[in-house]
Every structure is written in C-alpha cells, then in structure tokens.
Design a protein around this ligand. Sequence first.
Ligand code: A2H
Length: 253
Amino acid sequence: EGGGPTEYTGIKMEVVQWSDAAKQALGGVINGKKVFLVAATLRPETMYGQTNCFVGATLDYGLFTAKDDEIYVCTYRAARNMAFQEIITPRDNPVKLAELKGSQIIGTKIKAPFSVNPEVYVLPMEGVLPTKGTGVVTSVPSDSPDDYATLMDLRKKAEFYKIDPSWAAFDPVPVLSTPTYGEMSAPALVKQLKIQSQKDTIKLAEAKELAYKEGFYKGTMVIGEFKGMPVEEAKPKVRDAMIAAGLAFAYAE
Ligand code: A2H
C-alpha cells in the first residue's frame, strides 16, 4: 500500500457461546467479563448483511484487556497497534490473558452488530492474513466476493473444513443495490468471472475491485436507517451510528 494509514472500523462481535475447544482452552480466564472478537472492515455500511465471521485456522489470537473492563480477541500485532491508539490497555504493553489458535475459535457463536442476523458463527477462511487488520474478518457474502466464495466452499465441503453445516447456513442478505450487479454484487461477480473457490485469488481480486467501485460510487442502500441513500453518503453515517452505539471504534494501521 502507498499513501498514509488505512482507516478501518473495528467491529465488536460479542461472544455469546464459546466453541467447546475454546471453552476448554480458556478455563476460568474470562471471569464474567464481556469478550469481543474484533473485526477490521473497510465497509461498515454493509454490516446489515453479516452472515458469519472468519478467522484463519492456523493463526494465533490473543485475549487482551481493553477499555471499560472488556476483553478483545485479535492478533498480537493488532493488539499492539490498538494499545498505541488507546483502545487496548495499557498503552505500552498489552496484557495477553490467554492465547487461542484460530481453529479453536471456529464454531463460537457471536453477536453480529447491526446485522439482520443477531447471532452468527465463526468459520475458517484460508486467506486471512496475519499482517492485516485484526486477523478477524466479518463476512458479508452479498458484497464481498471473498466472503461469498469462502461461504460456498464451506457449504460444499463442511466435513473437510470440520464445521457443522448449521454454522454456514445463513444466506446472503441484500444490503445495497447497484445498476450493474443488482442487490447481490458478490454472487453476481463470482458467477460472471467463473470463480470456483476461495483459492481463485487472481479473479477474486478483480471481482473485489469491481464490486467495491460499483458499490461505492453507484450503490444505494436497501436496508437500515439510511435506506435509499447513496452508499458514499451512508458509509460514514453507519460507521458513526455503530460507534455511538458502542458497537464499533476507529482503528488505523
Ligand atoms: B472487508 P485492505 Cl462487504 N486478511 O469487510 C484478509 N482480509 C482481511 C483481513 C485479513 N487479515 N482483515 C480484513 N480483511 C478484509 C467487509 C468487506 C470487505 C466487504 C467488501 C470488501 C471488503 C466484509 N468482509 O474488503 O487490504 C475485510 O473485508 C475488500 C478490500 O485493507 C476488510 O474490509 O483493503 C478488507 O479485507 C481490508 O482489506
């Protein structure tokens, strides 16, 4: 990337029910506190359509003490950045309460703020980079070709990915409408470019670019408080509304 830092929105996805593997690994560490998986997104206006969340199965995650006596789950790299931004405390040395492998987090049930699906599940994605964002990716298969391709892979091969099919059962939800791709940009582009799986990274990069440009410059919201508004205008408004509700925060890297 050139230029300055990327301005993400950190989405707070509260843990409702840990997977068995995470529960065993954590023991009594949490002690009644609220725990959140924190996802970094560039598309806060699409949060109405979250159907699940992704982690990298082989990545390492930590539980860190954050503001307001809360606990955040993310990579150590992100925790350090968040400590400098006074999101995670203390500023100079984030406190890691516990560690989890991504594979242990899969199957955890979490809240999906602003989504039509109030609670969703954590699923594995192959391309999650440890060097970007928090290592947690919220999934919006209507508008993200990567998310859609991955969700379809998981549905086709639930056993191979070691997931319960019910965790991947939430269907894409229309969030915004565009002149070229209708209300389901990602599924339309995956079909048009004949993308077979999450491994088709070159075609997915092209699809991502097309979906992003069309959505941002020509999209109109079809859901939520800003329904009918151009996406370009709604984007900062949804972000501000989520921050005001305590469900998100500004995060830069
Ligand atoms: B986006 P950029 Cl609807 N590894 O959020 C891989 N991908 C990651 C990641 C990581 N460690 N951290 C964040 N991301 C994803 C929503 C979305 C996103 C939509 C459409 C496009 C899109 C829902 N998933 O991203 O390299 C996150 O997915 C397309 C670029 O910093 C985040 O925003 O530009 C985006 O990639 C950040 O990628």
